[in-house]
Design a protein around this ligand. Structure first.
Ligand code: BYC
Length: 311
């Protein structure tokens, strides 16, 4: 046991990835299951607010791009569920945790998509925040998660560019279009900052995650990176960040924001956001209504295996 633990620590210290068959501390496994399954849930729940606009996209080109994006999110969910399964949890167990509200998913997807500008905002801000988080997390110590994230980040980049294109076009359009983009930014700015989690001093999981090199940068460090990048992009769009306290610190050369509404954050992650119930009931009915697909796939697999055995 001591030897196994030493090998694990040594591998961590030299940057060698930990693989499914390697020995790992029980809490390392548990933390990874929590983190990766929550991430997987976020991807598939994230399909819902965007899917809401597929039938209402303003042109065929936009519809095709949005369809492809939503489909990509399903693929990301699949990579991530597979990565979590390597740690010994089943897909059914993870779905059950989501459907019974035992598992969390990103707070951001509990806000509604009210206008077409929201689809642009999700690409620019939500995918933008996700890329900052995930490109860092792609350097994490667990092999399957790290490799999954590398693939995901490549696709998220397209999503972000697609979102920025939508926002850019609205901002260079009529006054009404620009107002629509500003109104959307007003609603999505603060929830986007919440995506990075609580302040480091209030983040109970961070010390374990950082010790095990699962988390490489802290919640606040990544949030700051996002703010510095996004404030400059908003200037190019001619949009105003809805934060009267936003100011540039000339010493640190970075943007300081006002305080996030943490009551709202905790209320949303504890199930009381605007769309929590709607999202979970949509996921539950999708799972139940499509049980025939799983049954058909399983019986096909059994038949195929029997044929192979008989041959
Ligand atoms: N939302 O100790 P902390 C996407 C929870 S999807 C909900 O700091 P940790 C995309 C946290 O789980 C983006 N819950 O936690 C998809 C913990 O509760 P539990 C998803 C949150 O894990 C479709 C408690 O608060 N990305 O990209 O150290 C379309 C204390 O927090 C949130 C990932 O999942 C939140 N925002 O750090 C477009 C990336 N924040 O579990 C885009 C991987 C905190 O102890 N995950 N909580 O009950 C992470 O990087 C980390 O889990 C977090 C939180 C930074 C989010």
């Amino acid at each position: 046991m001591v030897d196994l633990e030493l090998t694990f620590e040594k591998n961590l210290s030299i940057g060698q990835k930990i693989e499914p068959r390697d020995w790992m501390p029980e809490n390392y496994r548990k933390q990874l299951i929590r983190l990766i399954s929550q991430h997987a849930h976020s991807e598939i729940v994230g399909m819902l607010p965007e899917g809401n606009w597929i039938t209402r996209a303003p042109s065929l080109r936009r519809k095709i791009a949005l369809l492809a994006k939503v489909q990509d999110e399903a693929g990301h969910g699949l990579y991530l569920y597979c990565a979590a399964e390597t740690l010994g949890i089943s897909r059914e167990e993870m779905f059950d945790q989501l459907h019974t509200k035992k598992a969390k998913y990103s707070s951001i997807f509990n806000y509604p998509t009210l206008t077409w500008a929201d689809i642009g905002m999700i690409g620019w801000l939500v995918d933008g925040a996700a890329i900052i988080n995930q490109t860092t997390m792609a350097k994490c110590s667990y092999g399957p998660y790290s490799r999954g994230l590398l693939r995901i980040c490549k696709e998220e980049n397209f999503h972000k560019i697609q979102g920025m294109e939508i926002v850019g076009i609205l901002c260079s359009g009529t006054n009404e279009q620009k107002e629509m983009a500003q109104e959307s930014l007003n609603r999505w700015w603060w929830p986007s900052l919440m995506m990075f989690g609580p302040h480091d001093t209030n983040s109970p999981n961070s010390s374990d995650l950082m010790k095990w090199k699962i988390k490489i940068k802290s919640n606040d460090e990544l949030r700051q990176r996002f703010v510095d990048m996004t404030v400059e992009q908003a200037k190019v769009f001619g949009l105003t960040i809805p934060d009267p306290e936003l100011k540039f610190n000339t010493e640190t050369r970075s943007w300081e924001t006002g305080e996030i509404n943490w009551d709202e954050f905790y209320s949303v992650i504890n199930g009381n956001g605007l769309c929590n119930n709607e999202r979970i009931s949509a996921r539950r009915s999708a799972y139940e209504d499509n049980s025939w697909v799983r049954d058909a796939a399983t019986s096909y697999k059994i038949k195929k295996n029997k044929k192979a055995e008989a041959a």
